[in-house]
Design a protein around this ligand. Structure first.
Ligand code: NAP
Length: 332
């Protein structure tokens, strides 16, 4: 039996379980020369999938209604007629939300379970780790002694950004959505300070207090009002990495907020959109550094692992709602 999760209908506002449909079909898959048969082991659920559930133009094409969603998946090769892969290999690719599928092997990357746990290839030694490393280095251009503020700080990307900031000698402040997460920022990820945006009435004042010398780098994972508040503390030549804007992904109308231009002009500051795939030429060096730091225990990571393929939509919704710590992963 093969299980598949399709996009049933496009969400308007916040997605719900009604937007997804689980189907089952007979397993009559066969492979031809050059193909491999893959069994899904781990699925990544990520905020950018929300954008792909809409039909708006973006940097990745939208999902089609009635067709499977897809995301980063770790799969096991259970049969192969492709000389590059043998039965028992573990591979990573952006694959359909199916328990079993055939691949031509073109984009499959082998992953080594002896070097890192398989799930980590979807997080810290995968797309979210690369996002943290490359966004911070390529746009943030961090210098020792500077102040870095990170929103979505207890999440997959944010928790790694903050730790890299500490390795590089920065003062690091994180913004997250619960006291427990704020506690995690300092106790587990080594941030200097944290702010719970859900219980803080005046974010502008809280950021000023947490960053008395001002903010040199803002790694923005959430956009919206939190990011508006950071503007009031940016220093001369500050750099903002616009990595994500999860706080407005469910908006049905164009959000309005503080006009950024005066803040940028006054401070000769930079604000730049970031898409990790634009830096693919730098993936090998970034991956090498992340793996080295992980091996030296300078980096750590958290995962929330949900069991069961059929629970993937709920895991996605919980990830969007912040009901998890670190990287949200589904284990089949
Ligand atoms: N540009 C790229 O190439 C790229 C690549 C990867 C990820 N991203 C972006 O980076 C961001 C983080 O991704 P991730 O995979 O690491 O996800 P994540 O942070 O692990 O999970 C999303 C988190 O966003 C927070 N959140 C949800 N609604 C919010 C709101 N209204 N205001 C503030 N925070 C809210 C929640 O944490 P709380 O409990 O703290 O609210 C939730 O746990 C996302 O915006 C994503 O789209 C961009």
């Amino acid at each position: 039996m093969i299980q598949t999760i399709n996009l049933k209908k496009r969400p308007v506002g916040a997605p719900t379980l009604d937007n997804f449909e689980l189907t089952e079909s007979e397993n009559n898959l066969t492979i031809k020369d050059g193909e491999v048969l893959l069994e899904t082991k781990y699925l990544s659920v990520d905020p950018y999938l929300r954008g792909r559930m809409s039909d708006a133009k973006s940097y990745v094409p939208p999902f089609e209604v009635g067709k499977p969603l897809n995301s980063g998946i770790i799969a096991e090769v259970i049969d192969s007629k492709n000389e590059n892969f043998t039965k028992g290999d573990f591979v990573r690719d952006r694959l359909d939300w199916k328990t079993l599928q055939v691949s031509k092997g073109e984009n499959l990357q082998k992953v080594d379970p002896d070097k890192a746990p398989l799930s980590a290839y979807l997080g810290i030694v995968g797309m979210t780790g690369l996002t943290a490393y490359l966004g911070l280095h390529e746009i943030g251009k961090p210098k020792k002694g500077e102040t870095l503020i990170v929103s979505g700080a207890a999440g997959a990307v944010g928790s790694v950004v903050g730790q890299i900031g500490k390795i590089l000698g920065l003062t690091v402040i994180g913004i997250a959505g619960s006291d427990e997460k704020v506690e995690l920022l300092t106790s587990e990820f080594g941030f200097d300070r944290g702010i719970n945006y859900k219980t803080t009435e005046d974010m502008k004042a809280a950021i000023k207090e947490a960053a008395p010398d001002g903010v040199d780098i803002y790694f923005d994972n959430v956009g919206g009002e939190i990011s508006d508040a950071v503007l009031f503390s940016i220093n001369k030549f500050a750099r903002t990495i616009n990595c994500g804007a999860i706080s407005v992904y469910n908006n049905t109308e164009t959000p309005t907020g503080v006009s950024v231009q005066p803040f940028l002009i006054k401070n000769s500051a930079l604000m730049q959109g970031f898409i990790v795939s634009n830096y693919s030429d730098k993936f090998p060096e970034a991956m090498e550094q992340l793996s080295k730091w992980l091996g030296e225990e300078k980096l750590t990571y958290r995962e929330t692992i949900v069991e069961g393929f059929e629970n993937t939509p709920q895991a996605f919704l919980d990830m969007m709602d912040g009901k998890k710590k670190g990287k949200m992963i589904v284990k089949v």
